[in-house]
Write a protein that binds this ligand. Structure first.
Ligand code: MRU
Length: 342
């Protein structure tokens, strides 16, 4: 395991980093893309055709990955600010200012998600008379996917800081193992007790009373409450419903799609390279090795996300508070959501 900080210096670097998933997770994709628009503004200044060139670059950035709505939200937000001014230096400054603002807002949103989600963990802990609160999470919606505290992990970190006894079941999250590789690493660095499990173990644990709540992140959530998240999330929600385990989704408002009503039929689901399924990466005596798992001739299909319908979601933990997964309750928390830039 290696922690590397890399500089992204061009729009192409930004696009490649998002596509190849050197940066991933909806909020971080959004912030990275916002800085991509800044780099595009640096390139084009205010010369003839600058507007068209900038818009083309924005479209190129937006097409890097299809599912996380933060990508287009952030690009459009920065682009709108740039196009309001004409002078080259002002354009660059406007782009940088807006990208920095998005990064700061997302960090603050994650902190507030932690504050609001803490109340849920505290309640479970009280009901269990201080015994361990077991939280199951899928994929990585921690600070490696977001800015600072993470979304799904923010309430966990807040509870841990408060001295609540928490333990996290970490779904390994095939095929890229964001849970086993990233969430486990993050929680370990923070000192939070956790156990990595196979993606299929959650239902069994829930049947035996070993999961008190599920908290996951999301890449895009409709204004009606349908949740796109890493493949396998839907099956966790089904198992949670069957076992009366509360299923929460933590998200900043930038992950709501205010235009899409029907998540199952309207959210684009990314299909990635089947080789991500066929080959597995891991450490062998300190060195990263890649090995082939299925027979070489077997085809594979790599659907990266699924949609959990609103009816299976207990609630959303957002920077504005907690709400039910319904159009009406989401609107109560975000009354200005139909205004551009919100
Ligand atoms: O394909 P990824 O790694 O970009 O997937 C994103 C995720 O990590 C999740 O689906 C996550 O739970 C929501 S984004 C914070």
């Amino acid at each position: 395991m290696e922690f590397v900080v890399a500089d992204l210096k061009t729009v192409d670097h930004i696009i490649a980093a998002i596509k190849e998933m050197f940066v991933r997770g909806a909020p971080l994709i959004g912030v990275t893309a916002a800085y991509g628009v800044y780099l595009a503004a640096v390139n084009f200044g205010s010369e003839k055709n600058a507007d068209n060139d900038l818009i083309n670059e924005c479209n190129r950035i937006k097409s890097a990955r299809p599912t996380a709505v933060n990508l287009s939200w952030a690009v459009d937000r920065v682009c709108t600010e740039v196009l309001k001014v004409e002078n080259a230096a002002e354009r660059i400054a406007a782009a940088r200012f807006e990208a920095e603002r998005i990064a700061e807002e997302e960090a603050e949103n994650c902190r507030k998600i932690g504050e609001h989600g803490l109340s849920l963990v505290e309640e479970i802990s009280r009901n269990k008379k201080g015994k361990t609160v077991n939280i199951l999470t899928h994929c990585n919606a921690g600070w490696l996917a977001c800015i600072e505290y993470g979304t799904a992990t923010a309430p966990i970190y807040a509870a841990f800081e408060k001295g609540i006894d928490v333990h996290v079941w970490v779904d390994e999250t095939r095929p890229l193992n964001q849970g086993a590789r990233l969430t486990a690493w993050e929680l370990g660095k923070h000192g939070v007790r956790h156990t990595v499990i196979t993606d299929n173990a959650g239902g069994h644990l829930m049947q035996h009373g070993m999961v008190d709540m599920v908290i996951v992140g999301t890449d895009r959530t409709t204004y009606t409450g349908d949740v796109a998240n890493k493949i396998g999330t839907y099956l966790k929600a089904l198992a949670a419903r069957d076992n009366n385990v509360p299923f929460y989704v933590a998200l900043p408002s930038s992950t709501f799609d205010w235009k899409i009503r029907d998540g199952i039929n309207e959210i684009p689901i990314e299909e990635r390279d089947p080789d991500e399924i066929r080959y597995v990466q891991g450490l062998n005596q300190g060195e990263t090795k890649t090995v082939l798992v299925p027979p070489a001739e077997s085809p594979a299909a790599n659907y990266a996300f699924d949609v959990t319908p609103a009816r299976l979601v207990t609630g959303f933990i957002t920077e504005k508070g907690i709400c039910k997964a319904s159009e009406q309750d989401i609107k109560r928390l975000f009354p200005d959501s139909d205004k551009p830039g919100k």
